[in-house]
Design a binder for this molecule. Structure first.
Ligand SMILES: [Zn+2]
Length: 289
């Protein structure tokens, strides 16, 4: 082939490669393809998605918003309002929402400083509001917020680049029974170690499997070796679902996580009744002697 002909062919080759790449699904398409189907909800709820970080900003905030939009549309469970306006927490405004999704809103205590707005949020949940907390929604808070959420970030010994063994602690529970057939699974994500966490105050659904060699090499600092990653809790008349998962973008289109999250939303929105009583840490999740 003459050099000039080769040079003329190169752009065509590059175009061909570009076209092949384009066939790869976009992240939005991945979310759409992975969203589980559910039975028709009793009503279409209104939720607020609050994503403003006042500390570390996660790159997964946008895919989190996409996930909520797709979930609301595909399941018919909710309409979602995206807003970073703290006025949403005032009594007259917060009552418009059936639940609030805290989407990676690191260090909320540095933004939501107004005592009346703080009290309004806590009272909203105590009076029956729902909270769905993703990843760094558990990083920071003031004491009542942490009590409501059920734990506070205390580092992430299990980093975003690692693949970790997740234990399904409660395989009969409606929120996680259909996640990987009720069995544990592997997940690449940044997983939190919690302080101000007390299992007796919530029902843990998923945790780090401390029998796993990969997980066990990273030392957590809890004397009780209790490394919960997802739980439900009642707070007054309110309903709270917490997911430590949600650092990496891929988590937001992982069918296992989406199955758990959609069921978590159904609980938070009052579509389903689920067991929230605390359970003892299962034996399989004890570290090896
Ligand atoms: Zn993170």
């Amino acid at each position: 082939m003459k050099k000039s002909l080769l040079l003329a062919t190169l752009p065509i080759l590059a175009l061909g490669l570009f076209a092949a790449n384009e066939k790869k699904l976009s992240e939005t398409e991945m979310v759409e393809a992975s969203m589980p189907k559910i039975e028709a909800p009793k009503k279409k709820h209104e939720i607020l998605c609050f994503s403003k970080p006042y500390g570390f900003r996660h790159g997964s905030i946008e895919i989190g918003e996409t996930m909520l939009k797709v979930m609301g549309e595909k399941t018919g469970l909710f309409n979602v309002t995206f807003s970073e306006d703290l006025a949403n927490f005032e009594p007259e405004n917060i009552k418009k929402f059936d639940a609030i999704c805290f989407n990676n809103n690191t260090h909320i205590q540095k933004g939501l400083k107004d005592e009346a707005q703080r009290a309004s949020l806590i009272n909203y949940v105590k009076n029956g509001g729902g909270i769905f907390a993703i990843h760094s929604a558990t990083d920071g808070g003031w004491p009542e917020y942490t009590e409501m959420i059920g734990g506070n970030f205390n580092g992430h010994p299990w980093g975003a680049g690692g693949t970790w063994d997740i234990a399904n602690e409660d395989p009969g529970h409606p929120i996680v029974k259909d996640v990987h057939g009720g069995k544990g699974f592997k997940l690449k994500d940044e997983l939190y170690l919690y302080k101000d966490f007390d299992r007796s105050k919530q029902r843990v659904l998923m945790s780090l499997d401390m029998n796993s060699e990969a997980n066990g090499k990273r030392k957590g600092s809890r004397k009780d070796n209790d490394y919960a990653l997802a739980w439900v809790k009642e707070y007054g008349k309110g309903r709270v679902f917490v997911s430590a998962f949600g650092h990496n973008n891929e988590v937001f289109y992982n069918p296992k996580i989406l199955k758990m999250w959609v069921e978590g939303f159904r609980y938070v929105l009052g579509e389903t009744e689920v067991e929230t009583a605390s359970m003892k840490k299962p034996d399989f999740n004890q570290p090896k002697k």
